[in-house]
Design a binder for this molecule. Structure first.
Ligand SMILES: C[S@@+](CC[C@H](N)C(=O)[O-])C[C@H]1O[C@@H](n2cnc3c(N)ncnc32)[C@H](O)[C@@H]1O
Length: 469
């Protein structure tokens, strides 16, 4: 956390509180999203500055040791840190029992940041569209729905748990923040489906856009206790969580596999199915399962907290909208094999003094001459979006067309209400970015299931632009 004082944006103090898709006008919505995202994105880039927190919150000052450190083995101190961060950074209040998990805010915040980018990048709509998330196993804190609704006025949540005590506190926390209109809590049974779109409770849940889950990590109580001992923490405290929260048959792989099984039935009813994972090996096992089920559109990310704790998140979609490269692929070494196919291709890099007008002209000339479903260029953003029914740049396509076999590709652009039309084999964006020393042209994969056609288009553009480099 930076040492300079942070203040939550004013409009967070009175969030909209209705359980419905929030109808801000689009101008207000975009301004709000851009402003608040900038505030939230870098909140925890650095470790919390305890001295600053103590200056701003007397209750935190009371648990801070004389040497300026926090005793992480003391559940009271850990709980105070969570409450203080939620209050100062998000204007959120929270009550927690002593015998349930106390969530570390930066880690939970990371998951929400990733989800915002996942949902934003895998849509043609600008950030801020109405979205409903499902938090499976919300816990006593109800932390994810609280963080999500605090950051996005257009988000609402359905939150479930099987633990009555956790739900009792979750209900209290939703009420403490006046969020009853935007967070629906559901008590589930262990044998119920994880996603309440079928069977019990389905009449209360008409739509879900993404699922999220911090699953019980451990296969047994023994595994959980030995892990807690390694961290020198009292077992079954607010730091480690109760067995009901932390243990399930088969551990996290089994729990996420349940979500996968349900997703194979629900398919595109939910745009993204996601879960956090505590072990790198779980990510590998689950990616294999996705591939075995023919799921090619998935995303992996790594959450790094301090220099010790690492967590991962995995998401998959049956839809055609692809997430951004930075959202879907882990950059640290060792992840190449597990990561999904590349989602962006550098077409051209120039020194920053090269004339950009020529580059813009060439991009529009080359792409504008193709028989696409649609192509539109936004001069202020220096970005164009196009969609095609096939590899209309290839010789094979031109030959087929001459023989009258290629689908007529000159029909008008599809209406924007049908962006995921099955007629589109590739949706892409071309962006020109001017850096300090270089100007780059990048091709982004936005839509489709065919990595080969995306790479072929990247190669075509590189060939057409290379004389400018
Ligand atoms: C690791 S805790 C996560 C709590 C909270 N989401 C957080 O991140 O701090 C896992 C939660 O999942 C709940 N849970 C376990 N099995 C469940 C199921 N089948 N359906 C819904 N919740 C479940 C547990 O009761 C527990 O609250």
């Amino acid at each position: 956390m930076s040492s300079k004082k942070r203040k939550a944006p004013d409009d967070l103090e009175q969030p909209e509180r209705v359980f419905q898709d929030v109808a801000l006008n689009s101008g207000d919505q975009h301004r709000h999203v851009a402003g608040s995202d900038a505030y939230f994105r870098h909140l925890y880039d650095n470790e919390p500055d305890f001295k600053e927190l103590a200056e701003r919150d007397v209750d935190f000052a009371a648990v801070l040791q004389a040497n300026g450190l926090l005793d992480f083995a003391d559940p009271k101190a850990v709980m105070r840190l969570t409450k203080t961060l939620l209050s100062l950074d998000f204007n959120l209040k929270i009550e927690l029992p002593d015998d349930r998990l106390c969530p570390p805010v930066p880690n939970r915040h990371n998951y929400i940041l990733w989800l915002k980018e996942l949902m934003d990048t895998s849509s043609y709509e600008p950030p801020g569209r109405p979205i409903r998330g499902l938090d499976i196993g919300t816990g006593a804190s109800c932390i994810y729905p609280l963080l999500g609704t605090a950051q996005r006025l257009s988000w609402s949540f359905v939150a479930t748990d099987i633990d009555a005590k956790s739900l009792q506190y979750a209900r209290k926390n939703v009420a403490l923040n006046n969020l009853e209109g935007r967070i629906l809590l559901l008590q589930r049974q262990p044998e119920d489906s994880l996603i309440p779109l079928r069977g019990r409770d389905s009449e209360k849940v008409n739509r879900i856009d993404f699922t999220m889950m911090n699953p019980p990590f451990y296969k047994s109580e023994g595994e959980m206790l030995s892990s807690a001992q390694n961290k020198a923490r009292p077992p079954h405290s607010a730091c480690t969580g109760a067995p009901v929260e932390m243990v399930c048959d088969g551990g996290e792989v089994a729990h996420v596999s349940r979500m996968l099984e349900e997703s194979l039935i629900l398919k595109e009813e939910v745009q993204w199915y996601t879960s956090m994972l505590g072990k790198a090996t779980s990510v590998e096992i689950l990616v294999e399962k996705l591939k075995a089920n023919g799921i090619d559109n998935y995303a992996i990310t790594e959450f790094i907290q301090g220099n010790k704790t690492r967590r991962w998140a995995l998401g998959w979609s049956f839809g055609a909208m692809r997430p951004g490269e930075h959202v879907a692929r882990v950059k640290t070494s060792g992840w190449k094999k597990v990561s999904p196919p590349i989602l962006e291709i550098k077409v051209l890099a120039l020194t920053s003094d090269a004339p950009v007008d020529l580059v813009i002209e060439r991009v529009n000339e080359v792409i504008g001459s193709l028989e696409l479903i649609s192509w539109s260029w936004d001069s202020s953003a220096m970005k164009g979006i196009g969609r095609t029914r096939g590899n209309v740049w290839s010789r094979a396509w031109r030959r087929k067309k001459m023989r009258g076999q290629a689908t007529e590709a000159t029909t008008p652009a599809l209406p924007s209400s049908t962006p995921e039309s099955s007629q589109c084999r590739l949706g892409f964006a071309v962006a020109i970015e001017m850096g300090v020393s270089t100007t780059t042209v990048t091709l982004h994969w936005r839509e489709g299931h065919d990595a080969v056609i995306f790479e072929s288009f990247g190669g075509f553009l590189q060939g057409k632009m290379k004389d400018l480099g």
